[in-house]
Every structure is written in structure tokens, then in C-alpha cells.
Design a protein around this ligand. Structure first.
Ligand code: UDP
Length: 327
């Protein structure tokens, strides 16, 4: 039985990856320190014979007994509100955490896949974003802690590949959504859906002409799975090229949720990218992959998930905190 370590296992993407690898017949070791992860995302795997959980912060030395075939490094805060509230941890997990996991991969002769991000492109001057674009990042802005940690992560990963011969893979993940996102993490989908459920107006930041391209989690996981098993070492964009302005997206959510509330406008967060759309030609060619789930369908599933959550979760204050920070 192949053994895979997944860091950030209690997070949104990490927990879906645990499910996928178990389904494919792997033994999964999930690791998380719960700084932004949530125990309920792994509850269903608690007594699974192919799953073991280790509570650990990967910025400290990572020790795993026995053999290890694959590592997927998905531990990281991943929402703009996290970068404001836990900036140092965000920097550390992308840099020191990645260093530890590359060291583990080298010691175990394991293949490692690193979760990078469309944020390496910053506020992109090339549209749509191709993997050969170097990006436009403000190193000292509020998002710099995430963006630069991820850029460093890509560099150290390539260095371990070139210098130590470690088998590495780098996925650049674009906005992804689905069940198990944190309802109050401040990101636009949980934010709008939470507001609709609480009967509040939807807060569009800026004039709402900035764009994003949202990928359903099952599609994202499929792309990541294929990339891990491929033999390509350079970064690959995995995301959905279906681009929409945030203003139009708010209108879509109003229709979907049937809320009677309206859109209100707030300041655009500092360095909020004005456009984002993945060019996925490379993934199509290399992995024969492209997203399959339409936004309308994925959003419905996601909204049903948020509706099913304990009502207390609806009133946690993180999103309000973001509005407070974002002045
Ligand atoms: N956004 C918004 N209202 C909110 C939360 C986010 O208009 O309540 C905007 C945000 O400014 C950005 C886009 O939605 O332009 C996507 O934001 P998110 O935090 O989901 O992810 P990002 O792609 O910026 O990392």
C-alpha cells in the first residue's frame, strides 16, 4: 500500500485530498496544527483503517516512522484575512515548513507536491496568466506574506530538485471553492453566502470590476492528482478559466440564494489583484485535464453545505474582523 503524507489535512483542500487518496487505495497520514484547519473536516475519517492523523506544526521538524511514497504540502493560511491576522505563521509555513518537508522527502526518497498559488502572479500584467509569467507582487504589502512565502517555496522546491535530485511537483492553484471552506474566512464565496444566510447586504469591495475565475474542488483535486503522478517538475496552473467580475458574481449569488438583500460597496483591500484567470493550456496538454463542473452547479452544492452548518458558525466574527481591518 502506497503511503502519502498530506499537510494541512484538516483544511478545505487538504481534507478533500485525504478523501481522494484513500479512495484511490493509499494509506494517508494527515497532518495539521489546526491554526486554520477544522477538526470537523476529518471527522468522517476518524476510525478509517487507511487513515492516521498527527497533530503537528510543520514549521517544526517533521518526523514520520517507516516508508513514505508521497508528500503533499497543503498546510498554509489561505485567505486575505489570515494574512492580516497571522502573517508570521503564513510566512513560516511556506518557507520553514516547506524546507522541513523537502528534507523529509529527500530522506524518505518520496515524491513531493507543493501547493503554490496564482498569488505568485500578484496583480498580473499578463492576462490570462501563463506559467512563464514572472508576476507583479508587492513584497511589503499585506498579501506579501503569502505571496512571497509561496514564491520562496517554489524556489526552494526547484533547488531541492536540481541540487538533491528530489522528485518535485508544483501546482499553482487558482481560486477554488466547495464544501468545507471556512464559512467566515473572509473569502468572497463564503462571505457572500454567509451574508445571504444572515440576511445582510453583500459587501463588494472596490467597484466590483475586478475579476476572479472559480474552480470547483473536485476538479481541482483531479488536476492535482494527475500532476502528482505525471513526470513534469515545473509549475502547472490548475484552475477554471471561466472568469467573472465580482459585481456580476454578487448578482449570481443573490439569484442563487434568493436573498432579498442588496449589494453594498466597501474599499478595495490593498493590493487586491484586479484580474485573475488561469491559462490552462499546459495542464490540458500534459495531464489531459480540464475542469468539468459548471459554476451554477458547484455553487449550489456549496450553498447547501453552508446551509447545513451549525447556526453558531454563521455568527463567528472573522468576516466582520476583515471589514474592520480593511479600512
Ligand atoms: N471580495 C468582495 N467582498 C467580500 C470578500 C471579497 O468583494 O466580502 C472580493 C475581493 O476584494 C477580491 C475577490 O472578492 O477582489 C476575491 O477575494 P477572495 O478573498 O475570495 O480571494 P483572492 O482571490 O483575493 O485571494
Amino acid at each position: 500500500m502506497k503511503k502519502v503524507l498530506i499537510t494541512g489535512a484538516a483544511g478545505f483542500l487538504g481534507s478533500h485530498l485525504c478523501d481522494r487518496f484513500i479512495k484511490e487505495g493509499y494509506f494517508v497520514i494527515g497532518m495539521d496544527n489546526y491554526i486554520t484547519g477544522d477538526k470537523k473536516n476529518l471527522k468522517h475519517l476518524e476510525n478509517h483503517s487507511s487513515f492516521k492523523f498527527i497533530e503537528h506544526d510543520v514549521t517544526e521538524f517533521v518526523k514520520i516512522e517507516g516508508k513514505l511514497d508521497y508528500i503533499l504540502h497543503f498546510a498554509s493560511p489561505a485567505s486575505p484575512i489570515d494574512y492580516l491576522k497571522i502573517p508570521i505563521q503564513t510566512l513560516k509555513v511556506g518557507s520553514l515548513g516547506t524546507h522541513n518537508l523537502l528534507g523529509l522527502a529527500k530522506a524518505k526518497k518520496a515524491r513531493i507536491l507543493i501547493a503554490s498559488t496564482s498569488e505568485v502572479y500578484g496583480n498580473p500584467l499578463v492576462h490570462p496568466q501563463t506559467e512563464d509569467y514572472y508576476g507583479n507582487v508587492n513584497t511589503i504589502g499585506p498579501r506579501g506574506v503569502y505571496d512571497e512565502a509561496k514564491r520562496f517555496q517554489e524556489s526552494i522546491t526547484m533547488a531541492y530538485h536540481r541540487f538533491h535530485g528530489v522528485e518535485t511537483r508544483i501546482v499553482r492553484i487558482f481560486n477554488t471553492y466547495g464544501p468545507r471552506m471556512r464559512l467566515n474566512d473572509g473569502r468572497v464565496i463564503p462571505a457572500f453566502m454567509g451574508q445571504a444566510l444572515r440576511g445582510e447586504d453583500l459587501t463588494v469591495f472596490g467597484d466590483g470590476t475586478q475579476t476572479r475565475s472559480f474552480c470547483y474542488v473536485d476538479d481541482e483535486v483531479e488536476g492535482i492528482y494527475r500532476l502528482l503522478l505525471s513526470d513534469y517538475v515545473y509549475p502547472v496552473n490548475i484552475g477554471n478559466p471561466n472568469e467573472i467580475t465580482i459585481k456580476d458574481f454578487a448578482e449570481e449569488i443573490i439569484k442563487l440564494t434568493g436573498t432579498k438583500q442588496k449589494v453594498i460597496y466597501k474599499d478595495l483591500p490593498v493590493n487586491d489583484p484586479l484580474q485573475r484567470q488561469p491559462d490552462i493550456s499546459l495542464a490540458k496538454k500534459l495531464l489531459n485535464w480540464e475542469p468539468k463542473v459548471e459554476r451554477a452547479e458547484g455553487m449550489k452544492v456549496t450553498f447547501n453545505y453552508f446551509k447545513s452548518l451549525d447556526k453558531n458558525e454563521l455568527y463567528k466574527s472573522e468576516h466582520k474582523d476583515f471589514l474592520k481591518y480593511n479600512k
